[in-house]
Every structure is written in structure tokens, then in C-alpha cells.
Write a protein that binds this ligand. Structure first.
Ligand code: SAM
Length: 313
């Protein structure tokens, strides 16, 4: 695993993100379609981009002519667009926040964090998330700053849509990684970045497309649900909507890989995904759950990998 990852140039997620897939890349790589390795797939589509661990990985290891990424989280998509269009100004903004932070003692750092969080929430109503504007750059810098200095790198909003994660008390958080941001910007140049629901992606898909689907986890139990990436959660009905979408992509001839947490980690009789994806290959791989609201929920669990192109065992 380590050797495989070391050979890849820098260009990694610029945010910590719940459900980030960095640790699973070697398991995914083993299961990527043969056509990808043979360079026959020219399009890459990832409708639940999150931190983009898989996107940054595949784009450095394989090459595509067209890429499309999407997420329903408007702050996240704003940041991807700012990195693509204005990375140098973003770096300046982030550098100023970083200098302010490192010049302070523990208590003042905490005060700075809550001040930036307040500004971020107060300014939200002034932002048009559909049209690039200079204010986006400052906002993306604030999001990265908050993500790096908040508790556990969580992105969580309350009912009013306000970011409400507490201060993280890290000794030496990495607020700015200039090389990584520049490399991410380079990779993003040939990518279309879209805000919205995953279903709008069907129009981009054909038989030369590789689609990676990483929806929000189906909660393993009532206490472990990731308290929303957005105000709208992802229900069992959404999982069913996604399974229908998966079948449509399959009919279009695309190669599709989907991951999710395995409900059998909690309940051996839960066949939710076996029922939804009964026509496809389902494999289980061990994973460490890294962001979880409940401390005791950390530890090893299985992740499901569902593909439409491997032989059903
Ligand atoms: C498990 S995370 C993806 C993590 C990503 N693979 C990574 O490595 O960081 C799921 C993502 O789906 C997004 N999401 C939730 N509902 C969505 C929807 N209906 N359409 C598109 N994206 C959605 C969330 O905002 C979140 O970023």
C-alpha cells in the first residue's frame, strides 16, 4: 500500500471530510475496471465529491479527457471553484489567517476561531453560491481555516444552516499547504465542478465513463449518523433513488463503483444493500472509521464495494 501511494505526486484533499476515502485507495485501486488501467475510459464522474480523495488519486494515476464532480454542499463546491479559478489569491487569504493564528496564544486562538466562525455564518446570506464573485475567495479561505482548526475536521451545520462545530485545540494544525493547493488547482483545470443533486449527472455518462459513487453513509445506528454535510440528510429513500441511478448508469454502459458502510457491522440480518444491488458484485473490505460523533464508534468496520463490472461471485 505505502509503496503504491508514495509513487503518486502530491495533490490530496484540501479539506478533512467525514467519510474521506484516503485509507481505502489501495483496496479501490485493486477493484478499478481493467479498462481504466488500459486507458480506455476517457471520462471520470464523481457526483458525491466530498474531500475528493478518489478524484485526486485517479487523476494523478490515470488520465481522463473530461472530469465532472458534484456535491450538494454549497460551501464545498464554492471552495473547489475558488481553487480552480483563483488559487493564488486564496493562498494569500489563507496565509493571512494562518499568520494571525500562529502569532497568538491558546486562548486567543480559540477566540479567533469563534470570530471567524461568526463572520462565516453572518456573511452567508450575502453569498450567491451560483455565481463566482470575489467574496468567494475570502469565504473559501475561512472554510479551510475552520476545517483545519475545528474539532475533528467536521463540517456540520444546524437547522438554520450555520456552521456549528466547536474549536479543535490542535497544537499545530496545517492551515495552509501551498504546494498541495497549487497541485489541486492544476488537476481541477480540466474538471467541470457542479453544485447540486447527483441525478443531474446522467447526461454526462456514456460507455467510456468511470463513475465513482460515495454517498453519505447509511447510519449504522441512530447515534452514529454523521450530523449532516448539509441540512438535508440522506435517507433510505435517497439510497433507493441512488440504486435506480446506478442501474441507469449500468444500462448506459458506464463502469460504476459504489462504496458505503456495511449495515452488517451492526446487524448481521440487515440485507438493505444486498437487496438493492442484488444484480451486482458486492465485496466487503475492512476500514477504520475516522470521523464519528461517538468516541466508542471508532475502530474497524467493513466497507462495502459494489461494482457493475466484476463477475458476480
Ligand atoms: C461520504 S461523503 C464523500 C466523501 C469523499 N469520497 C471523500 O473521499 O472525501 C458524501 C458526500 O455526498 C454529499 N451529498 C449528500 N447528499 C447529496 C446529494 N443528494 N447529491 C450530491 N451530493 C450529496 C455530501 O455533502 C458529502 O460531501
Amino acid at each position: 500500500m505505502a509503496r503504491q501511494l508514495r509513487s503518486i505526486p502530491e495533490g490530496k484533499p484540501f479539506l478533512k471530510w467525514a467519510g474521506g476515502k484516503t485509507q481505502l485507495l489501495p483496496e479501490f485501486d485493486k477493484r478499478f475496471p481493467t479498462e481504466l488501467k488500459q486507458k480506455k475510459l476517457t471520462k471520470y464522474v464523481e457526483p458525491f465529491i466530498g474531500g475528493g480523495a478518489v478524484y485526486f488519486y485517479v487523476n494523478q494515476k490515470y488520465s481522463f479527457k473530461h472530469c465532472y464532480i458534484c456535491d450538494i454542499n454549497e460551501e464545498l463546491i464554492l471552495s473547489y471553484l475558488v481553487i480552480k479559478k483563483s488559487v493564488n489569491k486564496l493562498i494569500e487569504n489563507l496565509d493571512a489567517l494562518k499568520s494571525d493564528y500562529v502569532s497568538k496564544g491558546d486562548e486567543s486562538r480559540k477566540q479567533l476561531y469563534y470570530h471567524i466562525r461568526d463572520v462565516f455564518n453572518q456573511k452567508k446570506s450575502e453569498i450567491d453560491f451560483h455565481k463566482f464573485q470575489p467574496a468567494w475567495i475570502e469565504r473559501a479561505a475561512q472554510l479551510i481555516f475552520l476545517n483545519r482548526t475545528c474539532y475533528n475536521g467536521l463540517f456540520r451545520v444546524n437547522q438554520k444552516g450555520e456552521f456549528n462545530v466547536p474549536f479543535g485545540k490542535y497544537k499545530n494544525p496545517e492551515i495552509l499547504n501551498e504546494t498541495n493547493l497549487k497541485q489541486d488547482a492544476k488537476i481541477l483545470q480540466m474538471t467541470e465542478i457542479i453544485l447540486g443533486d447527483f441525478t443531474q449527472f446522467k447526461k454526462f455518462v456514456d460507455k467510456n465513463t468511470f463513475v465513482y459513487l460515495d454517498p453519505p453513509y447509511r447510519p449504522l445506528n441512530v447515534t452514529s449518523s454523521f450530523t449532516s454535510y448539509s441540512r438535508d440528510g440522506f435517507s433510505d429513500d435517497d439510497q433507493k433513488r441512488l440504486a435506480k441511478f446506478f442501474r441507469e448508469l449500468d444500462k448506459l454502459g458506464a463502469k460504476v463503483l459504489l462504496s458505503n458502510s456495511d449495515p452488517k457491522n451492526e446487524n448481521p440480518y440487515d440485507t438493505f444493500f444486498e437487496d438493492l444491488y442484488s444484480d451486482y458484485t458486492i465485496e466487503r473490505v475492512p476500514a477504520k472509521r475516522s470521523i464519528n460523533c461517538v468516541g466508542s464508534g471508532r475502530g474497524e468496520i467493513n466497507e462495502l464495494i459494489i461494482t457493475n463490472y466484476r463477475r458476480k461471485i
